[in-house]
Structure formats: C-alpha cells, structure tokens
Design a protein around this ligand. Structure first.
Ligand code: GAL
Length: 439
C-alpha cells in the first residue's frame, strides 16, 4: 500500500490503518511467492515463478469495467454482516426467497451475494486448479445455487481475494485470475466482491504519484482483465478498504470500490462513512460508485432515526446498497425505510449519474444537494442527538439558486410541504436526515 494520505480524516484514516495491519500480517508468511505482473496471463499454480517482481511504473493495461452492467448503484444483500462464516445453501436460498416475499425485489434489490468462507479451505482441484465449493455448506454446488437464485429473478454474487488467501484463509485468486473468472462465469455468477488479504511481499507498495500504477491497482486490474475475457458480464466490486486512493482509479478498474474498513452497527460508523464518501463523492458517477460498505439496518445498535440516516446517505451519495441482516427479522418500519421509493429513485436514476454533493463547509458534512429526473434535491443530516432546525437557503444551493421560490416536497413522507421563498427550515429529529425535493 502506498503512503497515500486521504483528503479527510475520519473514515479514511480508519480504513488506511486497517488495510496496513491486514496486509502486513499476511505478507510475512507468504513472501516467497513470485510471479509475473506485466501480463494478465495466469499461471496455473502458485509455485510457477519467474524472476520478475511486481513493481511497475508504467501505465497498466487495464481493460476497464464492463459498461453494459452496473450503470447505477447495485442494490442487494450480502451474507457477511449477518452470518459471517455460518453460511450454507439453505440460508442463502431462504434469504433469496425473503427478498421476493418481503417486497425487496419489487423495490429494486437484485443481488444475493455470498461472502468469505464459501469455498473448500483445503485447496483447489489438483488437476484443473479450479476453486471448489465447501461441499458441506453447498452440497449441490455453486452453479445450482446461482440457478435457483436466477429462477427467482435475482442475481448472484460471490467473493474472492486479490491475494494468496481470503481474509478467513480460503483460497485466494492472485495468479489464478483467468481460471477463477472462467469458473465464476460458468457457474452463473453476476458479481464478484474482491478482497485484499494475504498479499505477498513482492506485491507491497511504495509511494507512487498515480495510484493507478500501484501494485494494489495492478492486482485488481489482473482480475478485471480476466473478467473481461469471459462471456458472462460480472459486476466487479473492489474491496480494498479505501487504500491507495482507490477513488482516483476505481472507475477505471471496477464498478464499485470500498471506501472504508469494515462497517459496524454504530452511529460512529455511519457518520464516518458519510464523511469519507462526501469527501470523494465527485468520483462517483454512472458505472463507478464509491462503496460505503454493507448496510447495518436490522443488526441493532442504531436508532430508527440513525437507520433512516444510514439509508438516506447511502442513497444520496449513490453507494451500492447491500443489505447485511437476517431479512426475516426486519420490522415493517425498517422495510419501509429500505424500500423508500423516492430515495431509491434518486439512487437508481438512469439520467443523472452524480450523487448529491456537500454544498456547505461543515464537518461532519451536513448539507448536500443534487439533481434527479424528479427535480432538484437537498438533504440535511442532523448529527446532534436532539431535534434541530436545518435551514435550506435556496441561494446557497447550486441547483436552486436561480429562483427564489420553490415547491418543497418531503421524500420520506412522499408529500408536498408547500411553496417557500428564500429558504425552507426543516425540524429534524436527533440523528435523522431531511430528504427534500424541489420543483
Ligand atoms: C473483509 C471485508 C469484509 C468481509 C471480510 C470477510 O476484508 O472488508 O466485508 O468480506 O473481509 O473475511
């Protein structure tokens, strides 16, 4: 990892330090592995070596993400936050069925993603070098699981790692990119979340001015190029925790890029993710989205106002929204938050790709504005844990400054509030977020 200093402190300091510790820990035990990096051609065994190192200062030849998919932020579910390593076919299929029966599919949620620990920890197929599923967890294999999920009209995501092993010690894909991309395509995979553990020492980074030439980027470019050689379009989700200024090159490599270390079900995580994402929001647009990490709604630890802010901010900053809870435990109120049609329409707008941007100078960032097909929008986060008045001054909002009078609409209540001149002041509950549309 390069010594990149993120532009703001809160979230990215956390993510940078967590990255360092993970990479450093795994590196020392794997430092003898060598391979080529000047080509995306994959060696079929990690013992295959050449004398080259991974360092490069030349502009890498990444073919870039597939622009037929993931134009707007991905909506779905991932197993990690709720189940960790306790995943199996029954849990995943039950979740997929809940996505349908709870109305989440109808609201736009598509992806059912399995995270770490799905594969056979003892190794690859000795003949084909293909990665294998854990046959106890997935007795009918991954292709069967993907087909069942497709039969529900949903999409299926899987997890891999740009190192020698995953973060939980299962086979990694470094040096096996072509084989694994082909396997995932054959199985019917629609998304790969690609993690960043167990990085060999010869892939460690020194500071480079263009982080697209960093060894971290190169490891991700290898898989991106492999995905572009298979017939199935596969969403490429970079999970390297915000290292190496990924926001500056993420859109050249994948469809979404994690901005922080791992989420937790806490208000401090929500505010730190908002702060980080706001500082690099101009990098997000169609086909490339800063990923604020998986949702914690339903996992306890957040008040209902905090859960509304969590969902609103992931929507207006156009992060992927990947639910991370046991869906059957969600209350009707929580389901109504995560299916709010007006916030999801802002997130999923196919005409306007930019997220809402901060238009004030507060830290943590309070006021955001943007445009959608439905009109102009402003959002205000109340970081105080008691009701506060947030004033939206039209002349200070780029999208509203050209007129003094606007019809104000509450996107939570889905109701017009009235026509206001000069400004509108919202009364916002502690830790809640005002979501407004102006026409
Ligand atoms: C972390 C990643 C998490 C989860 C976990 C699995 O590196 O950020 O989202 O995938 O690995 O081990």
């Amino acid at each position: 990892m390069s010594n990149c200093i993120p532009p703001t402190t809160t979230g990215k300091t956390t993510s940078a330090s967590s990255t360092t510790s993970k990479a450093t820990t795994t590196t020392s035990s794997t430092s003898t592995v060598k391979t080529t990096t000047s080509t995306s051609t994959v060696t079929t065994t990690s013992k295959t070596t050449t004398s080259t190192t991974s360092s490069s200062t030349a502009e890498p030849s990444g073919s870039g993400p597939n622009k037929t998919i993931a134009k707007v932020p991905v909506l779905g579910w991932n197993s990690w936050n709720a189940y960790g390593g306790n995943i199996n076919e029954a849990v995943i299929l039950a979740t997929a069925n809940s996505m349908v029966s709870l109305g989440l599919k109808a609201a736009g949620y598509q992806f059912v993603d399995i995270d770490d620990t799905w594969s056979n920890i003892t190794g690859r197929d000795p003949t084909t070098q293909r990665i294998l599923p854990d046959s106890n967890k997935f007795p009918n294999g991954i292709e069967y699981l993907a087909t069942e999920i497709h039969n529900l009209g949903l999409k299926f995501g899987i997890y891999g790692d740009a190192g020698l092993t995953t973060c939980s010690g299962f086979p990694g894909s470094l040096y096996y990119e072509d084989i694994d991309a082909q396997t995932f395509s054959d199985w019917g995979v629609d998304l790969i979340k690609y993690d960043n553990c167990a990085v060999p020492a010869n892939w460690s980074d020194t500071y480079v001015t263009d982080e697209y030439t960093s060894n971290t980027a190169l490891r991700y470019i290898r898989m991106g190029n492999a995905l572009n050689t298979v017939s199935r379009p596969i969403v490429f989700s970079l999970c390297e925790w915000g290292a190496d200024a990924v926001w500056t090159w993420g859109a050249r490599v994948g469809h979404q890029w994690r901005l922080t270390g791992d989420s937790s079900s806490s208000w401090s995580f929500v505010t730190s993710a908002i702060t980080t994402a706001a500082s690099v929001a101009t990098y997000t647009n169609f086909y490339g989205h800063g990923d604020m990490d998986m949702m914690e709604i339903g996992n306890g630890g957040l008040s209902s106002s905090e859960e509304r802010t969590h969902f609103a901010a992931w929507s207006f900053l156009k992060s992927p929204i990947i639910l991370g809870t046991n869906l059957t435990n969600l209350s009707p109120a929580q389901i109504s938050v995560i299916t709010n049609s007006e916030l999801l329409a802002f997130s999923q707008d196919t005409t306007y790709g930019a997220p809402a941007l901060q238009y004030d100078t507060t830290n943590p960032p309070t006021y955001f504005s943007g445009s959608s097909s439905a009109g102009q929008h402003a959002f205000g986060v109340n970081y105080v844990n008691s009701t506060a008045s947030l004033t939206f001054t039209f002349s200070a909002i780029p999208q509203l400054a050209n007129k003094t009078s606007w019809l104000v609409h509450d996107m939570w209540a889905k109701k017009d509030i009235g026509t206001f001149s000069g400004s509108y002041t919202a009364s916002v509950a502690g830790h809640d977020t005002a979501a407004l549309r102006f026409t």
